[in-house]
Design a protein around this ligand. Structure first.
Ligand code: SAH
Length: 251
């Protein structure tokens, strides 16, 4: 179950932190590490800090974009050390562990996403997450070291998993029909944006926060495959009407 939970590190500067994160993961039984454009990897410093978790480094996937790191995921939990402009559904680390295990237990792929040492995750990256997770640290000194933050969330995932083994109330999600994956959602958002521009609802010169708000709305809706087909079908027909092409309406 825990192997369905991947840890994604975005644009990490210090390879030592990658090693530290790998060690934290292996201690807690997580195994899948995905690195988005790491500044230096592979690296001796990473191996030194991994101290025995080199296997996780050897099997780590290095990708070019967050989008590539999230392929196949149906639940994305993004960490944030501070409040951002647009409020987003928030979880504390314990709730994050429980939610990750509920979904992973049903066979879904989950991502825990961590940001850059100096700048965290961008707003755009955070808007690709279903939930934001904040570790309730000292408000006057709120940023944890990256590997320490990975440790906290990995520990909470393990605790939730152990509780589920003991028959505690964690209910494995019976998703029924599989949820749309992040890659399907991204194609949908592209299609939605194009359509909204075409019908004049979205002004590319003044987008405001429209797409972010729509991501937040659809992100909390747990859209499944057949619902996704309906949404895409509506967009396709809307585009035909907007272009004055033949469409489904009969009159
Ligand atoms: N200066 C950055 C902090 C980056 S800390 C900022 O203000 O966003 C590097 C990473 O560690 C963060 O992107 C996040 O993934 C994790 N992290 C550090 N402190 C955290 C906290 N209190 N809650 C959640 N994640 C945290």
């Amino acid at each position: 179950m825990l192997q369905n939970i991947r840890v994604v590190l975005v644009n990490t500067s210090h390879p030592g932190n990658i090693g530290g994160a790998a060690r934290a993961m292996k201690n807690m039984g997580l195994s899948r590490l995905v690195l988005v454009q790491p500044k230096a990897f592979p690296s001796e410093q990473a191996s030194a800090r991994a101290s025995g978790a080199d296997d996780l480094l050897a099997s780590a996937e290095v990708v070019d974009s967050l989008e590539a790191a999230l392929v196949g995921c149906t639940l994305v939990l993004g960490t944030s050390a501070r409040d951002r402009s647009l409020p987003w559904p928030m979880l504390d680390p314990r709730e994050c562990g429980v939610k990750a295990v509920e979904h992973a237990g049903g066979g879904e792929q989950i991502a825990l996403v961590f940001g850059r040492e100096h700048a965290g995750l961008t707003n755009d990256e955070l808007q690709r997450c279903h939930f934001h997770v904040h570790i309730p640290s000292n408000p006057d000194f709120s940023s944890l070291n990256l590997a320490a933050a990975v440790q906290v969330l990995a520990y909470e995932a393990r605790s939730a998993w152990l509780a589920a083994q003991d028959g505690d109330q964690i209910e494995v999600e019976d998703a029924g029909e599989p949820l749309a994956t992040m890659d399907e959602m991204e194609r949908f958002y592209d299609h939605l944006e194009q359509t909204l521009v075409q019908i004049g609802f979205l002004d590319p010169a003044k987008p405001k926060h429209l797409m972010a708000r729509l991501r937040r709305l659809y992100g909390r809706s747990a859209v499944n495959h057949s619902e996704m087909s309906i949404l895409r079908g509506i967009l396709t027909e809307t585009q035909k009407v907007a272009r004055g092409e033949p469409h489904k309406r009969k009159d």
